[in-house]
Design a protein around this ligand. Structure first.
Ligand code: MOS
Length: 717
């Protein structure tokens, strides 16, 4: 189905948060801390306040305490403490954006700077085990005897994989316009969930929720960065209150890097053992991540390991280091994306060590029940995805030996990896009303570019038994019936359940229907619900430059019922494309001396484009899962990114014989590793330490290597 708002979008009539015409609008421009740790001594705003058009300056110095409550990142100007570079320390409100920017540059902030620590290290003495990891999982799990399982293994691997910090970088930068009237606050915000955003803004400002309204009918992507309220929305609200007129805050791309979340870097140690026939004897997965000084965000990187394969013994654990970094946050498949990368890379190493085809190894270790919990799966079709993917990709007859094939000057390789992501739903409300010739369905859902409005139109039309053209869905407004946010791949299942129930309620009297799915969703227990998939990649590696190209990516998924094939395909290939970026390009190195992210724009933070994915295919198998409720869908927003980076990394190994164990797999790592040129496998970090010890300022190359093995770079310097 074509998107119902397609014409509005391509003609520019679809309004995004920064685009609302509001009378008497003023503009706020933030001032960010250049230090990563310390205290604000003084904010000198005298010069700024005398500049043209300046209305007011907000800071911990010049404004009375606002009495905010909530997460540290949102308590803007509430304290003189700085815990990360880029933290908001002041803002100018002026009559134009340019006047606000000019005056912000004239603000002088003095600091008492303290030493900071920003680099994640496996030997950080401050590592601790959080109580839980996202969303509410135990940080440590285990059963069976892992050392015994490893001891009796015929093949085993013990490897460390690292992933760098990454940034969501949605196409639409974060923005909000705030307007007060009669003690009520309206915020046009770019958010993945108007209901949750409204609740958070209200609670931070100390207002009852009914006095705040969030409006966000169109959102240009989020990937998790708009899943929480971000400081720009609080800044807009405070600035509007101080200025006595509506205020817009539209963050620049550069400002987003410190203010809108990022994916934590990880250091993941995996030990896998298998018997001669390829059956796992033990799995252990230890994850180290960073979090912020004040805010704990514990990414569930080992969660998928608890789901994917049967093993008689397993241990998974997460530890965190509190560093002077902005709080990490949600980024497409938080946990599963880096975790499945590490597990599925290690499985490929195990396949090579055991001399078993990597597709076959995964099939042999399929799980009859969820290994960690013992729960039955609502449905599990990983094997079907692997078999169908292998068939479509032409996997049969693959030469398992690495570094054997050439196409012209390119080395050629293929790789496979499994994908998985939980299938959950959360309570939501919806209404359905007869409206002239048709029906209007209302729900405070968010369409962040996924096609949610279109999918819900189809779901409602199906429930009402009418043509889709007779249904209009209103979403993106907290004044509508309250709903879960667009996150965790739960949108369609959560909202769809409420929409179906509201439509069924309407059918009773033909006029009005309402639904609240709290009771129904609370009954979602007794089964392990997960989507599965299999991804196949073909890569070309230039032996001279280390350049990696991915001429073909193929994913086959088992995601329950597919609501709309065009929307589903877009979500899946979008996730896979982001996974390709994760594999080859995306990283935000942290500067150990200045304490902030080195890259803060899309020129240096490279995102995969059309030219990078000449042939990306996604398909799915038929899956009818009676335990998913009325919608029957498992969610497709995130599974596409899980497994992609492993499939590509495994293909790079197959092409070159070199196993790069730190993302992204940049040309520098392949060339420095010397594999491609000399056929020798060198630990790239040792090599980097030797080659680059004297070139601390080598910039991105050194930064890449630091990311490959956090801690080693600092030694080299
Ligand atoms: Mo998504 S990272 O669950 O918003």
């Amino acid at each position: 189905m074509n998107r119902v708002e397609a014409v509005a979008k391509v003609t520019g009539r679809a309004r995004y948060a920064a685009e609302y015409p509001v009378d008497d609008l003023a503009y706020a421009w933030p001032v960010q801390s250049p230090i990563a740790c310390g205290q604000i001594r003084r904010v000198d705003a005298r010069a700024a306040l005398a500049m043209p058009g300046v209305i007011t300056v907000l800071s911990a110095d010049t404004t009375a305490p606002f009495g905010l409550s909530g997460p540290y990142e949102l308590l803007i100007f509430g304290s003189r403490t700085v815990t990360y570079r880029g933290q908001l320390v002041a803002a100018v409100v002026a009559d134009t954006l340019e006047n606000a920017q000019d005056a912000a540059a004239a603000i002088r902030v003095s600091y008492a700077e303290s030493p900071h620590e920003v680099i994640l290290r496996a030997d950080d003495p401050g590592l601790y085990t959080p109580e839980t990891v996202n969303p509410d999982l135990p940080a440590v799990t285990g059963y069976g005897d892992v050392p015994a399982g490893l001891a009796r293994a015929d093949a085993q691997v013990s490897v460390t994989y690292t992933t760098p910090a990454q940034h969501n970088n949605p196409m639409e930068p974060h923005a909000a316009i705030a307007a007060w009237g009669n003690g009520r606050l309206t915020v046009w915000d770019s958010t993945q969930g108007p209901s949750a955003d409204r609740d958070t803004i209200a609670s931070v400002l100390g207002l009852p929720a009914h006095r705040v309204r969030v409006i966000s009918p169109h959102v240009g992507g989020g990937f998790g960065s708009k899943g929480d309220t971000r400081p720009h929305a609080i800044l807009a609200a405070l600035a509007a209150r101080e200025a006595g007129r509506p205020v817009k805050v539209a963050l620049s791309r550069q400002q987003m890097f410190a203010l809108t979340g990022h994916r934590t870097p990880t250091i993941q140690h995996l030990r896998l053992g298998a018997s001669a026939d390829g059956r796992l004897t033990a799995v252990s997965h230890d994850v180290i991540e960073h979090t912020a000084i004040r805010t704990e965000f514990a990414e569930q990187a080992a969660a998928a390991t608890r789901v994917l394969y049967a093993t008689p013994a397993m241990r998974t654990a997460h530890r965190l280091a509190r560093l002077n970094v902005p709080a990490p946050s949600w980024m497409r498949a938080p946990g599963e994306a880096p975790g499945v990368y590490a597990l599925e890379s290690a499985m490929d190493e195990l396949a090579a060590a055991a001399g078993i085809d990597p597709v076959e190894l995964r099939i042999r270790n399929d799980a009859a029940v969820e290994p960690d919990s013992g729960l039955p799966f609502s449905s599990r079709n990983l094997i079907a995805c692997l078999r169908e993917g292998a068939r479509l990709f032409g996997w049969a007859g693959r030469d398992p030996r690495p570094g054997q094939r050439r196409r012209g000057n390119w080395l050629v390789g293929t790789g496979v990896a499994a994908s998985t992501y939980p299938a959950r739903r959360r309570p939501s409300q919806a209404s359905a009303d007869a409206d002239g010739d048709g029906f209007v369905v209302r729900i405070a859902a968010a369409d962040i570019g996924t096609g949610a409005r279109t999918a819900l139109t189809r779901i409602a039309a199906g429930a009402l038994g009418v043509d889709v053209r007779r249904v209009r869905v209103e979403l993106g407004d907290s004044a509508l019936p309250g709903a879960w946010l667009a996150g965790g791949s739960m949108g369609t299942a959560s909202w769809g359940t409420a929409v179906v129930a509201a439509c069924e309620d309407l059918l009773k009297d033909g006029r009005h229907g309402r639904a609240d799915t709290s009771a129904e969703v609370a009954g979602d227990s007794g089964f392990a619900r997960h989507a599965f998939g299999a991804q196949f990649a073909q890569v070309l590696v230039d032996p001279g430059t280390g350049e990696v190209r991915v001429p073909r990516l193929l994913g086959v998924f088992a995601v329950g019922r597919v609501i709309d094939s065009m929307l589903a395909r877009s979500q899946l290939i979008g996730g896979m494309t982001m996974g390709l970026g994760m594999a080859l390009m995306e990283a935000t190195p942290i500067d150990p001396s200045a304490g902030g992210f080195v890259r803060q724009d899309l020129a240096q933070y490279h995102i995969a484009t059309c030219a990078d994915v000449p042939d990306v295919e996604a398909s799915w198998i038929e899956e009818d899962d009676e335990h998913l409720g009325t919608v029957g869908a498992k969610g497709i927003g995130e599974i596409g990114i899980t497994g992609t980076a492993a499939a590509i990394g495994n293909a790079v190994w197959h092409a070159t014989g070199h196993r790069v164990r730190g993302l992204p797999i940049t040309p520098a790592k392949l060339v420095l590793a010397d594999t491609v040129l000399a056929g020798t496998v060198l630990a790239d970090t040792e090599r980097a330490g030797t080659v680059l010890a004297g070139t601390e300022r080598a910039g991105t190359v050194l930064a890449d290597i630091r990311q490959a093995e956090p801690g080693k770079g600092a030694q080299a310097s």
